[in-house]
Design a binder for this molecule. Sequence first.
Ligand SMILES: [Zn+2]
Length: 491
Amino acid sequence: MSLPNEVATPGFRQMLEGLQIALFAIDEAHCVSQWGHDFRPEYRDLAKLTELFPGVPRIALTATADPVTRADIIERLGLGDARVFETSFDRPNISYEIIERDNARQQLLRFLERHKGDSGIIYCLSRAKVEDIADWLDRQGIRALPYHAGMDATVRSANQDAFLREENLCLVATVAFGMGIDKPDVRYVAHMDLPASIEAYYQETGRAGRDGQPADAWMNYGMADVVQRRRMIEEGNAPEEIKRVEHAKLTALLGVCETTQCRRKAILAHFGEVYPTNCGNCDTCRSPVASWDGTEAAIKALACAYRTGQRFGAAHLIEVLMGKPTEKVTRFGHDQQAVFGAGKDLNARSWQSVYRQLAALGLLQVDHTAHGALKLGEGARAVFKREQTVILRKDRPRKAAEVRRQLAGAIELPESVMSIFNALRAERLRIARQQGVPPYVVFQDVTLRALAQSRPETPEDMLSIPGIGQAKLERYGDAFLAILAAQPASV
Ligand SMILES: [Zn+2]
């Protein structure tokens, strides 16, 4: 249903009345609910379909709705006793990883090393950042194209076409990209900024690995994201009640970012699903995160915000805690405060982690009318009075991050098989270009993997490979057999 807000306009209604309508399908139905992550009030007019077209069946579809949103959709659209069909939200082939930001560009480069030759999407929040990152990647020798709504339409659609047709291309985009895109072999989705909600994160990462093959959902995230997202909500035009929902959705996503448990479990729990075990395919499963009792640290961090008048951001507060007599610290007389130098037991990186998590937990609020100053949140009092303990996630030391990357690499093909896979992939690209079709139309990655692993020698052997039937065998069999025959004999 692409014209929802025009249901009630006389012309459109007249047109509908002149038709024999078999069924109304209301797609992206979460937009109908104020609990959904993309609420459009005018979509509520779709409820009028019941009165206007009694007897015509209606179906509402969505891929991202938590239990509250689902119930609200049914109510808003007047679907009453309608049957509900649910499938699991789990995408087992997608591996989740969320890392603390620490030189985001270098972190991105290291992540992309795992994806040489693959296609993927990198999401950024702003158009300027999209241009910037695409340009920078290009200069690092990684083929990247930008995509955002502010670009010249011709260039934008050319970039989209290139992404759909080619391999080894990184599309750097705002969330304007992705709706209706169904490229099966997107091997990774990387977030350089925090999405707005778990639903948005799920929808955006869900563009990876539609062919069922292993794919990575990777995000780097830091304190600045919390500040920026909270500001965007506050500066938005939404009514207060919607802003409250948006804040709550953001807090839920921050919970996933800061969890010490399985990420998949946390994501699925949000959609009302209980995942029975740890998934083994997310960063916290592969390399468990330690937690620590951060109550004393939290008290110091909160006291520092309070004693300095709740007018400063984390960077300044950390300098005060660490006892750094910077110009700003002395100018405000913060070197005279009892909190000055009270946090020398931890390093600056640990304090960043403490402040980030306190903001994620809501114990500190970001004040947008005062340039992101940190103010005490509701629960802060209870922490001061030691009525509430604060359990924090221990950020990974850099060495552990290295080990984790190696672990993640272990699910890849062995190197000898990988070189055959790459040769097959080059041949696939050559044929695809020649025929003007996307590479996956020739063979999907799953087929190339199987070819590389089992190395068939005859056309008959090839037929046992998934994705190769008689027609594809005739069309491409000889070309790929020739590539396989040309590979070194022993593996
Ligand atoms: Zn897991």
